[in-house]
Write a protein that binds this ligand. Structure first.
Ligand code: ADP
Ligand code: ADP
Length: 233
């Protein structure tokens, strides 16, 4: 992002943001409520267009793409939301398998066809998030934290090059939050991809990310390697 501003009528959500996230980097975005964190991710996602400035995500401007080009980009970008976009009445295996189509296709992807190799891949992803053997349970019978892990397994199946995560650990207890962040950071690290994650908890940011970007009033006021920072008591 170069000089990105987002204005909602008279109010400014982002104000002259310069941000480059390189392959393999794990970047945490921190800031108070209303600082512009979600807007920053939505701009990277192409769901909010910049009012001014320029945006490039994996070489393209997501807000300028349409149709097949947009779907192709979105298959390479994984998103984790507070709204998990799982289809509750369907079995876990279907929701995780939806990752094969990329998060762009939304909940509808959960109805896509399964084949044996797909099932094996789903089983392996569920193992990695600590839900081994839960393939055939109804998704809405799982707890909130377990459903969040189903969404993570879907991401493992998707294998995105860039992960955009908006408070991915907010519904998890501290141990699970660490597990989730380890998975997300691993997705970035092991495949040379990148992670951009809004995190409520600065300690999580320091433990799992390489770099911390701080927002105040839509402006970047901090951009530093995680190793140079400590959490104030
Ligand atoms: P954060 O994620 O850090 O809480 P947001 O990106 O959600 O911050 O919001 C940044 C600012 O933009 C806030 O002042 C918020 O009220 C405003 N904002 C966000 N989305 C909208 C919208 N759709 N319409 C109007 N104002 C919005
Ligand atoms: P929020 O974080 O409030 O859920 P977003 O702006 O991130 O909102 O997403 C809005 C909608 O865009 C979502 O409901 C989802 O269906 C769709 N969407 C989000 N991320 C992606 C993505 N990477 N590719 C395609 N569609 C997406």
């Amino acid at each position: 992002m170069r000089g990105v501003a987002v204005r909602y009528g008279p109010s400014t959500a982002l104000d002259g943001v310069d941000l480059t996230v390189r392959a393999g980097e794990r970047v945490a975005v921190v800031g108070a409520s209303g600082a512009g964190k979600s807007t920053l991710l939505a701009v990277a996602n192409g769901t909010v267009a910049a009012s001014s400035g320029s945006v490039r995500v994996l070489g393209a401007d997501p807000a300028a793409l349409r149709g097949r080009e947009l779907r192709r980009l979105r298959a390479r970008v994984g998103t984790v939301h507070q709204h998990l976009q799982l289809v509750g009445p369907l079995r876990v295996v279907h929701n995780v398998n939806a990752g094969r189509l990329g998060s762009w296709s939304g909940p509808r992807a959960a109805w896509s066809l399964l084949h044996p190799q797909g099932v094996a891949e789903v089983a392996e992803a569920l193992d990695r998030v600590g839900l081994a053997g839960r393939l055939h349970e109804r998704t809405d019978r799982l707890s909130g934290g377990q459903q969040q892990r189903v969404a993570l397994a879907r991401l493992l199946v998707q294998r995105p090059e860039l992960v955009l995560a908006d408070e991915p650990a907010s519904a998890l207890d501290p141990a699970l939050a660490d597990t989730a962040l380890t998975l997300l950071a691993g997705l970035a690290g092991e495949r040379g991809g990148a992670l951009l994650a809004c995190l409520h908890d600065p300690a999580l940011a320091l433990r799992h990310c390489d770099r911390v970007v701080g927002l105040v009033g839509g402006r970047v006021v901090l951009d530093a390697p995680a190793g140079t920072l400590t959490v104030a008591g």
